[in-house]
Ligand binder design. Sequence first.
Ligand code: AMP
Ligand code: MN
Ligand code: MN
Ligand code: MN
Length: 277
Amino acid sequence: MLNADLHCHSNVSDGVLTPQALAARAKLNGVDLWALTDHDEVGGIAQARLAATENELRFVAGVEISVTWATQTVHIVGLQIDETNNALLQGLQATRGGRELRARAIAAELAQHGIPDAYEGALKYVSNPNLISRTHFARYIVELGHQADISAVFRHYLSDGKPGYIPHSWATLKDAVGWIRGAGGTAIVAHPGRYKYSALALGAFLDEFKQLGGAAIEVITGSHTTDQYPIYAKMAQDYGFMASRGSDFHGPHESRVDLGALPPLPAGVIPVWRNWV
Ligand code: AMP
Ligand code: MN
Ligand code: MN
Ligand code: MN
């Protein structure tokens, strides 16, 4: 069974490791087919591809696009994209564009809740000035000792309804899928088990995604619990979607699942990489 890990983050977005270090770690962990999928950014792809070649790893160019659908944030992964495609690059730039002001607003909110200077604090963890994310704030809040780890931070801060949450409008689903497909890529719903939609709304979302040309959903992901695997395998089958697998690795000591360290896809689903290898 091919060890495909098609979802992870470098320090070009909110991961800890460089694209080079990720490639070396993927190789060490026995990954055969590896994708880098930074949030709203393809700035790490060229380095990742080079490092993958040096490590004799098969590489897939990817991205994870932030989308707003029915007032909630969903993530759409694009794989096998041409990362030089102009419409994709412009779309990603526009999607990233609001992050700076949002970060200032997050910091202002946190200051009102007893955490001053969080903008400067978060920046210490940012490698790419165009991509400041909630994860960078979370690392600073851990550094201050307010919470033990990142997931504890998100239980108390930065999430919808908690201090430091600033509503934001990301790309539309139609645009995100369009940019991915226009760049020759395959569009995949990231970690469907994480969204707070009703069953009805999730169904409507998946119908619309399919109608726009979306092709797959993540089934085995570090963002799903073990009991969610069969649920989303069945959902892939029911909707006629292919299935993807990816750790969503952000960094050592931080992510629950390491690169490549996932169970295989369940029997009966079609791997999204079926026609690539
Ligand atoms: P942003 O794109 O700035 O809204 O940040 C989203 C990122 O925050 C996600 O990609 C995750 O890396 C991180 N994140 C969100 N919720 C959680 C959570 N509950 N636990 C850990 N990380 C989270
Ligand atoms: Mn992230
Ligand atoms: Mn995500
Ligand atoms: Mn991710």
